[in-house]
Design a protein around this ligand. Structure first.
Ligand SMILES: Nc1ncnc2c1ncn2[C@@H]1O[C@H](COP(=O)(O)OP(=O)(O)OP(=O)(O)O)[C@@H](O)[C@H]1O
Ligand SMILES: [Mg+2]
Length: 493
């Protein structure tokens, strides 16, 4: 089978294509595997629901939730240190093993011939790479090929097209998950080899967890008022309030109820707090509006060139009633649909994994674009002004992937053996911009070793490419055709 994995902030899911339809590799009725990790000396490492169950009360201090939103983090659990990447690797391992077990029970070929993973639409280079490397290092150990990465809302679009393929349509996907709100504008044309084209995509780091936080703050204040108990600072209480807030939020998505009671047990006492939908919506109005403005940005910057036929709402948080209501109000001329909010992303990831199979090269069925520009920091003209550094963008935001850029550079002295560049990621679309602008990210350093007879007149032709998975590759040769060794040191996140 070909496996699609959606590693989510709150829940992760696995699916495959079976008899041409996406099939979730979860137990019946299971939403997903909680993306949670737990460690203590007695239980060892636990992932998923086991982690969630173990991490209650004071043991909450050994529980890691929402690691996807803190990829640079490291965690000390019961005296042992874990980097985010170790945790993600363990989560992937659990997901693959679980998918194989479930496939076996459904008599599906459990032999995995290719895996595709999904990532948020606008994670930056280092975040994508960290997730990709964690998946690859986990799968290598299991001898499974990771075939490609797909942006989450793009995967959801593929799942949508799979059910109602209407050619020539442009659909705008709004994916409100646990940690991010991802948006993508996708076009499908089945007369073309590159059947799916990503016209634009964007993201903001707002998701269900932020709705939870607002409600948690409210509940904590009410608990203090009612029982004179301070929640903040006590991991056990905080965890109980978090669970109660999520539960109340989910209950409010039932349109037959306009109020619910959050019940929190502290030291044997049950504290009950009423939450009306109106109050919940007021507390979180600002979050919703930020996601709507992310959607509006993509809508209006493409509207003149691309008629947008439908807005598709996916992601677990699209179940909140105010979400589709606000989108309908903001885009009265559009058809707004909720489409398999919980599973569209993983289903689309599985569809894409199946399309790629073992041999189709990534990029042939799906045309994606780069979300950022990538450039090298170098002298504008060293001999004219040795202090004027700029960033030359070799690859520009919005270009179709895979994309290749070139830059020719020369050593600044006849004795220079290595040219070292810093590589930056930015939103700038210009060919070059001053090096001192702050709105850019250092993602690594490229060192090019020169041949010994190089002089200041030698031209080094550098090639930088971004492959269809959005990962950088480099090569360099001098004007005599000598290949120059190069090493790319990725910056830590
Ligand atoms: N019925 C519901 N009502 C309200 N919120 C819900 C409901 N069902 C799920 N959610 C919320 O949806 C979020 C999880 O959605 P989803 O599984 O799409 O996110 P994710 O994939 O884990 O996160 P991300 O895509 O941001 O990394 C959680 O915040 C969860 O509380
Ligand atoms: Mg998701």
């Amino acid at each position: 089978m070909y496996l699609g994995i959606d590693f989510g902030t709150s829940f992760s899911q696995m699916a495959t294509l079976y008899l041409d339809q996406p099939l979730l590799l979860l137990h019946p009725g299971e939403y997903g595997i909680p993306s949670e990790f737990y460690y203590d000396r007695d239980c060892g490492v636990l992932v998923g629901q086991d982690a969630s169950d173990a991490g209650q009360g004071l043991c909450a201090a050994n529980l890691v939730s929402e690691v996807k939103m803190n990829l640079s983090g490291s965690y000390t659990l019961d005296g042992r240190k874990f980097a985010a990447q170790d945790i993600i690797r363990e989560i992937y391992r659990t997901l693959v093993t679980r998918a194989q077990q479930i496939a076996r029970t459904k008599s599906i070929d459990e032999n995995i011939r290719g895996v595709v993973i999904s990532v948020p639409a606008k994670f930056d280079y280092l975040e994508r790479k960290l997730i990709y490397d964690a998946a690859v290092s986990c799968m290598e150990g299991m001898k499974l090929p990771v075939r490609d990465i797909i942006k989450e809302p793009v995967a959801a679009a593929l799942a949508y097209y799979n059910t109602s393929l209407e050619n020539g349509k442009n659909i705008l996907v709004y994916d409100l998950g646990g940690g991010t709100c991802d948006v993508a504008l996708v076009h499908s044309d089945d007369t073309k080899l590159e059947r799916f084209e990503v016209i634009d995509s964007s993201m903001i780091r707002i998701g269900g967890r932020n709705w939870d936080e607002k409600l948690e703050e409210y509940l904590a204040a009410e608990i203090q008022k009612k029982a004179d108990i301070i929640v903040k600072g006590n991991p056990g209480y905080e965890e109980k309030v978090r669970r109660a807030a999520i539960n109340a939020k989910h209950q409010l998505s039932d349109n037959t109820r306009d109020k619910v009671f959050a019940r929190i047990e502290i030291n044997g006492r049950i504290i009950s707090v009423m939450v009306t939908r109106r109050l919940f919506e007021e507390l979180t109005q600002d979050l919703l509006m930020q996601t709507i403005s992310c959607l509006e940005d993509v809508f209006y910057r493409n509207y003149a060139k691309h008629k947008i036929d439908e807005i598709i709402c996916v992601g677990g948080s699209s179940n909140m009633l105010q979400v589709p209501a606000k989108i309908r109000e903001s885009f009265p001329e559009c058809n707004v649909r909720i489409f398999e909010p919980e599973h569209a992303v993983v289903n689309g990831t599985a569809i894409y994994a199946d399309m790629l199979g073992e041999t189709t090269s990534p990029g042939t069925v799906l045309q994606d674009i780069s979300n950022f520009s990538y450039g090298v920091q170098a002298y504008k003209d060293y001999h004219k002004d040795p202090n004027y550094l700029v960033i030359f963008n070799l690859l520009r935001k919005g270009e179709e992937l895979p994309v290749v850029g070139y830059k020719s550079l020369s050593p600044i002295s006849n004795t220079q053996h290595v040219i070292g560049f810093q590589i930056f990621e930015s939103e700038y679309g210009d060919a070059y911009y001053p090096a001192d602008v702050t709105d850019k990210r250092l993602i690594g350093r490229l060192d090019i070793t020169l041949s010994p007879d190089s002089t200041i007149y030698t031209k080094i032709n550098c090639k930088m490419s971004l492959n269809s998975a959005g990962l950088l590759e480099f090569s360099a040769e001098d004007d005599k055709g000598n290949h120059c060794e190069q090493t790319f040191h990725v910056s830590p996140l």
